[in-house]
Design a protein around this ligand. Structure first.
Ligand code: F6R
Length: 247
């Protein structure tokens, strides 16, 4: 694992955007695995700025997202499909037909997960997978205890995650209870992985991810076994690691 220490959220976003830009420049028709959530918002903003300046071209890029709430349509403003259009896809020259997100409206979980696994395979796999991390160590919607060998599957969200995500909904009751998510196996098949983390609430999860045991109770700890992982994290997210003198 390569760890880059960013001084704050903006610095983290810029460093992460630089790594994604490099991937697009090296391989203009690359497949990007993308994440939603608060952490990558600044990264997407930076990529949009560079695109608008003429420094980046998304014309041939393909994007495949990690996850989507089950039950939300792509036009619901809390869906991850909506998030991606708002923060990235509508603001750059990516072909929307080259962007893929699980279909939250497909009620048949087995059918949707099989379809999504096929989509990832037909794209030839993911070149660079962007990940955020939950305070409990989740990646995608792979919650603690999830088996490492799963591909896309339907997840029952934990109370912690429902609570954390409720900040985007007008009431706790409106937060979906299930999601479609790439599994740990799908994530581990990406050729390279970029994990971004910001803030003290991620410090413990990040410490366990990098230095702890590889255990399903900390889903992100499996990343220790991947041979091309880059972590960009700010001072707060690295605080425990730094306190322990490990960085
Ligand atoms: C989102 C995703 C989640 C988030 C994680 C952190 O697509 O897969 O695993 O990356 O919940 O979310 P934030 O960045 O909002 O703290």
């Amino acid at each position: 694992m390569v760890i880059y220490n960013a001084k704050d959220y903006n610095d983290m976003s810029r460093k992460a955007a630089n790594i994604i830009s490099a991937q697009i420049i090296i391989k203009p028709n690359c497949v990007l695995g993308l994440a939603t959530g608060s952490t990558p918002e600044g990264t997407y903003k930076q990529l949009v700025e560079w695109y608008k300046k003429g420094d980046l071209d998304f014309a041939q890029v393909k994007a495949v997202n990690l996850d989507e709430y089950k039950g939300l349509s792509k036009d619901n403003d809390q869906s991850y499909a909506y998030f991606m259009r708002k923060h990235l896809f509508d603001n750059v020259n990516i072909d929307i037909n080259n962007t893929f997100i699980p279909n939250g409206l497909e009620a048949d979980s087995k059918k949707e997960c099989t379809r999504y696994n096929e989509v990832i395979k037909s794209l030839g796999g993911v070149d660079l997978q962007l990940l955020g991390i939950g305070g409990n160590g989740h990646i995608g919607f792979n919650e603690p205890g999830e088996a490492f060998e799963k591909e896309t599957h339907c997840v029952k969200l934990t109370d912690d995650t429902i609570k954390a995500n409720s900040r985007f909904f007008s009431s706790l009751d409106l937060v979906p209870k299930f999601a479609y998510s790439m599994g740990i196996k799908s994530i581990m098949q990406a050729k390279s992985i970029l994990l971004v983390a910001s803030g003290k609430s991620k410090a413990e999860a990040l410490y366990k991810t990098i230095y702890g045991e590889i255990v399903p109770s900390v889903p992100a700890s499996i990343l220790q076994l991947h041979n091309n992982v880059t972590i960009v994290a700010d001072d707060d997210a690295l605080s425990i690691i730094k306190e322990k003198g490990l960085l």
